[in-house]
Design a protein around this ligand. Structure first.
Ligand code: G3H
Ligand code: 13P
Ligand code: ZN
Length: 282
């Protein structure tokens, strides 16, 4: 069933676990995520970036995810990841997304608050949940490129001001993770997470979680992270499976390439769900 992000994440916040939010761009990734969630009985957040929407089309993604959620035996939320464009944010609300992220993390605090507040007002009037981000992660993906020197960890005082001023349902914070592949091992600022969680007492989101060691993920979950975004590790699972098949066989049927890639992605997604503590919570 399709549910709001708030419904999934308020429960995770109350019960102390994290739900995986996986980026999808096509049918195989979506099916891998849903298959995995059903197998381990986990609630799940399927998320689409603005890049995914440009690639696949908003109507294709909306139809595919609506169907997948209707058929699923677990709660599924459809979330817009890193929304920056007003038309896309409204387009997602109109096309049935149940959660949107407005990413104003590049803006000065007052401007981020003003713009996020406006989006919250519209989204809440439509029954759609809202995530926002404070602080800046490093790393590179399609529509996001933040140099290490521009990355900035979230200030606890600003987080309180931000949440009070905007009414967001969950907040993404920067505590040392980065988007994409890590060069070294990420070091997370757990004290900062603990302080922010205590002050806000609401669902908290961790971006850039691919490649973060299991013990750090488990600790972050214990300290109050409730939504964990994964994209890169699933991309790698897809590509590794495809590479193996095309370099070691003469197979040219896309189904025999994408099918095993889908299974490999589902394996990775299931392992993440076990790690996040959401397996068995559906
Ligand atoms: O954090 C961003 C997501 O991994 C989406 O990346 O903009 O390349 O689709 P993308
Ligand atoms: P990774 O690609 O590093 O897993 O980050 C995903 C993410 O934060 C999506 O918003
Ligand atoms: Zn992100």
């Amino acid at each position: 069933m399709l549910v709001t992000g708030k419904e999934i994440l308020e429960k995770a916040h109350r019960e102390g676990y994290a739900v995986g939010a996986f980026n999808v761009n096509n049918m195989e990734i979506l099916q891998a995520v849903i298959m995995a969630a059903e197998e381990v009985k986990a609630p799940v957040i399927v998320q689409t970036s603005e890049g995914a929407i440009s690639y696949a089309g908003i109507d294709y993604l909306a139809s595919m995810v609506r169907l997948a959620a209707q058929k699923a035996s677990v709660p599924v939320a459809l979330h817009l990841d890193h929304g920056t464009n007003f038309e896309t944010l409204i387009g997602c609300i109109r096309h049935g997304w149940t959660s949107i992220m407005f990413d104003g993390s590049h803006l000065p605090l007052a401007e981020n608050i003003a713009q996020t507040k406006e989006i919250v007002k519209i989204a809440h009037a439509c029954g759609v949940s809202v995530e926002a981000e404070l602080g800046r992660l490093g790393g590179i993906e399609d529509n996001i490129s933040v140099d290490e020197k521009d990355a900035r960890l979230t200030s606890p005082d600003e987080a309180v001001e931000f949440v009070n001023g905007t009414g967001v349902d969950y907040l993404a914070i920067a505590i040392g993770t980065a988007h994409g592949k890590y060069k070294g091992e990420p070091k997370l600022d757990f004290d900062r997470l603990q302080t922010i969680k205590k002050l806000l007492n609401m669902p908290i989101v961790l971006h850039g979680a691919s490649g973060v060691p299991e013990d750090s993920i488990v600790k972050a979950t214990k300290l109050g992270i409730n939504k964990i975004n994964i994209d890169t590790d699933v991309r790698v699972a897809f590509t590794e499976a495809v590479k193996t098949i095309v370099t070691t066989t003469d197979i040219f049927d896309p189904r025999k390439i994408c099918g095993p890639a889908r299974d490999n992605m589902a394996k990775v997604v299931k392992a993440k769900m076990e790690m996040f503590g959401c397996a068995g919570k559906a």
